[in-house]
Design a protein around this ligand. Structure first.
Ligand SMILES: [Cu+2]
Length: 129
């Protein structure tokens, strides 16, 4: 009985993940990368990320500095707007965190490190072609 239940759970999991992959197309979510370099420990390596509205994206943040940081995206021009997505604070160096979300409507969205307001940039979202 226990074995049968296990098989049923695995089967349901396989079916649901296959369905999800099909809905997103074969290529899966769009991958975006951002980091803090060791020689500029209070900055992001880019102040602009580009994305397409409606895409599923995975943002991978790599902290190569020795200072804790994160990456936090807001639904507006600054950090007073509602939060869209963020990675946990982390210790670095070499720590990697990812966050997955659906890209909002076309526009320009603010991102920042929650503990260093000078570490900021913008995600520029364009309409799908
Ligand atoms: Cu920081």
């Amino acid at each position: 009985m226990k074995l049968w239940l296990c098989v049923a759970i695995v089967g349901v999991t396989l079916v649901s993940s296959t369905g999800l992959a099909a809905a997103q197309g074969d290529s899966g979510p769009t991958q975006l990368s951002i980091s803090t370099p060791p020689d500029a420990p209070l900055s992001f390596d880019t102040d602009t990320l580009e994305a397409t509205a409606g895409d599923d994206v995975v943002v991978t943040y790599t902290n190569d500095s020795s200072i804790p940081h994160n990456w936090h995206l807001f639904a507006g021009a600054d950090a007073t707007a509602p939060s869209i997505a963020k990675t946990p604070l982390m210790a670095g160096p070499g720590d990697v965190e990812t966050v997955e979300f659906t890209v909002p409507d076309p526009g320009t969205y603010f991102y920042v490190c929650d503990i260093h307001p000078n570490m900021s940039g913008q995600m520029v979202v364009s309409a799908p072609e």
